[in-house]
Design a protein around this ligand. Structure first.
Ligand code: NDP
Length: 610
């Protein structure tokens, strides 16, 4: 049937944009509605959607990439970078017809097609008017698979045929006629995105976060007081609480403000590449300047110059509690500012986890996902710069304080190890700064008290507890211990880095030769889950590596007190909790594919234990 007044004809194969994204998929035009001026198209996976003409382009035009949007989508597509790479999964694949090969080669040049395999135990499509069509589609798909994201797709085909099916989003066996559902979906798409409403409250809900907000700052203060005491024994309770007025110093507050300002200026320097973050709910992406490493180096130069000019950095040790309280005040003010500003945040920039409608809960979790002042992203800045670089600076100040207090010509081996190990972690984090953009903190969590406190107070003041402790509690280490600790940190770092890098590369391009040998389970979203190598050892190998390193950072402090092990205890608690959070989200995202992954890899973090 011809549709005279339309650009695309029924039965024509074209490229259709996936709503809310910049990804184009091969679709077949089913019909055109003159009234709504929408085309009904069917995707390879059976999904039917109604698209505007502007979201459709012909195959030829798409290949030429002549329109702006198309060229943008092409430039972002990982398919471009993986043209020459071949997935081993592909080689094991059934050979297809010549036409299919040709078609695949053509499309490989220009697009990334992600189909949507999903576990549907007994998909009943008897109500579907397109049932037959879908079967044909599936058959056709077997023969003419135009999947360029070969590893994911080929695996989904090889591993899951029978168990997995291709999801038709509008036909999930609920018995509704397709027409009716189509209308519903059109309506939903025409409206702005539904308001974010957080119903699944974490941390014990309102009451839980209220107590957390009160207890966390006090607990950190108690830790610092204990760490700084001559006898850091936990039995030394009640603490020798310093007088309240000694906890505040305007000069220290000024220094903290200056530090934040200095780091902000470095972050704004027009050096370093600018990259795009993950797509937001509205399909748009934000731009981020990646110049953390320059900031670290420039800070090192400035601090080096200051020490050369005989600026006494042990001042930080002497006023450590005041530095902490200053940071706490800034955290509180910043959280209030962020909460107030979130009132003007657009719907698509509201965090899924921080919009319950309960003020206290949302204040803690953070309402806005990416609060910005013009192009300055406050969350991205706080996550890496003042806290992490501040951590290194404080450690260094503690090293100088140790030499001063213990009349040492050189820092102790224990202090050197703690400084060296943690410096490695920070440098690594900043070197891989752009990977932060895919982390839960940036992608999912709102920026509220929880993250602000974590970034600006918790990290710089508790992660430095080993160095702070060593200033007043020297601990001799034998060569054997030194070697063992270096080896332990090395193993932890290797696991941590390799696991994170593998996942990062795999997510960017599963066919990358560095990860193409890994086995993976396909999921309904088109992404796969690595199920071999480190990710087949435990479900969060990166957390395991992190914890091994945490142990290596604490052991240099010896066994006299439990206080320097605070970081390790905290880290295990945090990562176990984070693991549970992440698994909950992955279970929601990936459904039965996640269950399958859990069966294949039964342990979460610690092999044989948990
Ligand atoms: P991860 O980097 O582990 O990210 C979890 C995500 O990875 C999941 O949501 C899922 O997202 C993806 N994923 C899970 N399993 C697989 C798999 N088998 N194959 C492929 N992808 C998978 O978590 P975090 O963001 O929490 O941590 C990042 C790093 O930061 C870790 O090394 C952690 O140790 C460290 N960290 C350290 C802290 C500290 O205080 N020292 C605090 C917090 C983090 P999707 O499928 O959507 O891609």
């Amino acid at each position: 049937m011809r549709m005279p007044s339309t650009r695309f004809q029924s039965g024509e194969t074209v490229m259709g944009r996936w709503p809310g994204s910049n990804l184009y998929y091969e679709v077949k035009v089913l019909n055109y509605d003159n009234k709504s001026r929408l085309y009904t198209v069917i995707y390879k996976d059976g999904t039917e959607l109604e698209l505007k003409e502007s979201d459709i382009t012909s195959l030829t035009m798409f290949k030429q990439g002549s329109t702006r949007s198309r060229s943008r989508s092409r430039s972002r597509s990982p398919a471009r970078t993986r043209r020459s790479s071949r997935s081993p999964a592909r080689t094991s694949r059934r050979s297809s017809s010549r036409t299919a090969d040709l078609q695949r080669e053509k499309l490989k040049e220009v697009l990334e097609v992600r189909l949507t395999p999903v576990a549907i135990p007994h998909e009943n499509n008897s109500n579907s008017k397109h049932q037959k069509k879908e079967e044909n589609e599936k058959k056709e798909e077997n023969d003419t698979a135009t999947k360029v994201n070969e590893k994911t797709e080929a695996e989904s085909e090889n591993q899951t045929r029978g168990r997995y099916n291709l999801r038709r989003r509008k036909e999930q066996g609920d018995g509704k006629p397709v027409e009716e559902e189509t209308k519903e979906e059109t309506l939903v798409q025409a409206k702005p995105p539904a308001p974010v409403k957080t119903t699944d409250l974490e941390f014990g809900g309102r009451v839980g976060v209220f107590f957390l907000m009160l207890l966390l700052p006090v607990a950190v203060l108690a830790l610092l007081i204990l760490c700084g005491q001559k006898d850091a024994s936990l039995q030394d309770f009640p603490l020798q609480i310093p007088p309240l007025q000694s906890l505040w110093d305007w000069q220290v507050f000024g220094i903290v403000l200056l530090w934040l300002l200095f780091q902000a200026v470095l972050a704004l320097l027009p050096i370093g590449k600018v990259i795009e973050g993950m797509p937001l709910k509205n399909g748009k992406t934000l731009k981020y300047r990646i110049n953390g490493f320059y900031a670290l180096v420039l800070t090192a130069v400035v601090v080096g110059a200051a020490v050369y000019q005989e600026v006494d950095l042990s001042y930080i040790h002497a006023h450590f509690l005041q530095f902490y309280t200053s940071a706490l005040v800034i955290v509180t003010l910043l959280s209030i500012y962020l909460f107030v500003c979130s009132r003007w945040a657009t719907e698509s920039n509201l965090a899924p986890g921080g919009n319950s409608g309960y003020i206290i809960y949302d204040f803690f979790m953070g309402r806005e996902l990416n609060p910005r002042i013009k192009s300055f992203d406050i969350k991205f800045f706080c996550e890496m710069r003042p806290g992490l670089i501040g951590w290194v600076l404080i450690n260094f100040a503690m090293l100088l304080a140790e030499m001063k207090h213990q009349n040492l010509e050189n820092p102790s081996p224990a202090m050197l190890l703690v400084n060296g190990f943690q410096l490695l972690w920070v440098v690594d984090g900043i070197w891989h700064e752009e990977k932060l953009l895919t982390m839960m903190d940036i992608v999912y969590d709102g920026f509220g008290f929880m993250l602000t406190f974590g970034d600006l107070a918790f990290v710089p003041f508790t992660f430095t507890c080993q160095a702070y402790y060593l200033v007043n509690h020297p601990n001799d280490l034998s060569v054997f211990w030194i070697t063992t600790l270096i080896a332990m940190n090395g193993v932890g770092y290797y696991i941590f880095r390799k696991a994170n890098s593998q996942k990062f590369v795999f997510r960017k391009n599963p066919s990358d030769p560095a990860v193409s040998h890994l086995k993976a389970i396909p999921t309904a979203t088109g992404k796969s889950l690595i199920v071999s190598g480190l990710w087949g050892f435990v479900r969060h190998p990166n957390y395991l590596g992190d914890i091994i390193m945490g142990l290596a950072w604490s052991l240099p402090c010896g066994f006299n007190h439990v206080i320097p092990y605070f970081y390790l205890i905290y880290l295990i608690t945090l990562l176990v909790h984070r693991n549970a959070r992440d698994e909950r989200q992955c279970r929601k995202k990936y459904g039965s594919a996640w269950e399958e992954y859990c069966k294949a890899v039964p342990y979460r973090i610690f092999p044989g234990i948990y």
